[in-house]
Design a protein around this ligand. Structure first.
Ligand SMILES: C[C@H](O)[C@H](O)[C@H]1CNc2nc(N)[nH]c(=O)c2N1
Ligand SMILES: N[C@@H](Cc1ccccc1)C(=O)O
Ligand SMILES: [Fe+2]
Length: 299
């Protein structure tokens, strides 16, 4: 997921608004045979570039998941083949969608262990950034992590929590937890910080920025702190939150968020680059990268 609130996008809601897609759950056949050689070539460029960068930067679970799945350089993966292996391992499957789908549709899929992956792939001129999740972000970035039981259960629980948060009208708080874990999370390994967030793992530039650049903060994950921390949807993050172990996410999934939603109601929100006295700061950033940037598109 790269955009926050789905808007009029090229593939997703625009198609839906123009005329709702045939199926209520917004899934479409992947129809793998219809991908063109050009589309496979864009995948290959992205795959090879990222695969050179990730060793020593992606967490062990990501590397293992990638190894155990039919995801390679030559072609855009076939979702049916991915789903067979995922189903056996963690009960998940990958379904194709045109792009961003409405929140409740997204949560309904996750709650039923169906990962909605963008069917389209970005254009050659968009290699470094695009405004909605394409097949490379979703399949290369998210799917390997779904082979890890803790993440698999966490994202399913998130789907259930999302449907609930929507009823409670606190979606923005829950979305931050997802953003700072599933999308932009870091995990502490013995050798050092490693990437587990798909938004980083699928990004050539942010993979380096998140771990090596002096600008961002790296702060120990704290649920309530994250729930109150805004984030950027169209640029690198100013802070990355670090967990000690992926199993920590399972404990998170089991916490009942309702009291937290109530307690944080009306409390001040933190800017993305903020550092609080209560933070366990692992790396204090210089903030230089974003210093020159105006505070736009914060969520
Ligand atoms: C907050 C909201 O649920 C979130 O942005 C969702 C919206 N719809 C989506 N739709 C797709 N296909 N993929 C996503 O990651 C998301 N993200
Ligand atoms: N446990 C949260 C739901 C959730 C699950 C997993 C990740 C984040 C949130 C709730 O009670 O709503
Ligand atoms: Fe994503």
């Amino acid at each position: 997921m790269q955009a926050q609130a789905p808007t009029q996008t090229r593939h997703g809601l625009a198609a839906g608004e123009a005329g709702r897609p045939a199926r209520a759950d917004w899934t479409i056949p992947q129809d793998w045979a219809r991908y063109t050689a050009t589309e496979h070539a864009v995948w290959k460029t992205l795959f090879e570039r990222q695969s050179r960068l990730l060793p020593g930067r992606a967490c062990d679970a990501f590397v293992q998941g990638m190894r155990d799945l039919p995801i390679g350089p030559e072609q855009i993966p076939d979702f049916e083949r991915l789903s067979e292996i995922l189903m056996a391992r963690t009960g998940w499957q990958v379904v194709a969608v045109p792009g961003l789908v409405p929140d409740e549709v997204f949560f309904e899929h996750l709650a039923n262990r169906r990962f909605p992956a963008g069917h389209f792939i970005r254009q050659p001129h968009e290699l470094d950034y695009l405004e909605e999740p394409d097949v490379f972000h979703d399949v290369f970035g998210h799917v390997p992590m779904l082979m890890n039981p803790a993440i698999a259960d966490y994202i399913q629980a998130y789907g259930v929590g999302g449907l609930r948060a929507q009823q409670l009208g606190v979606l923005d708080k829950l979305a931050r937890v997802y953003w700072y874990t599933v999308e932009f999370g870091l995990v502490q390994q013995a050798e050092g910080l490693r990437i587990y967030g798909a938004g980083i793992a699928s990004s050539y530039t942010e993979t380096v920025f998140a771990l090596d650049d002096p600008s961002p903060n790296r702060i120990a994950f704290d649920l309530e702190r994250v729930m109150r921390t805004r984030y950027r949807i169209d640029d690198f993050q100013e802070s990355y939150f670090v967990i000690d172990d992926l199993d920590q996410l399972l404990e998170l999934a089991r916490i009942d968020f309702a009291p937290l939603y109530a307690r944080t109601q009306g409390q001040a929100e933190h800017a993305p680059g903020s550092v609080l006295a209560s933070d366990r700061v692992l790396v204090r950033g210089t903030g230089t990268y974003h210093a020159a940037k105006n505070a736009k598109n914060l969520v």
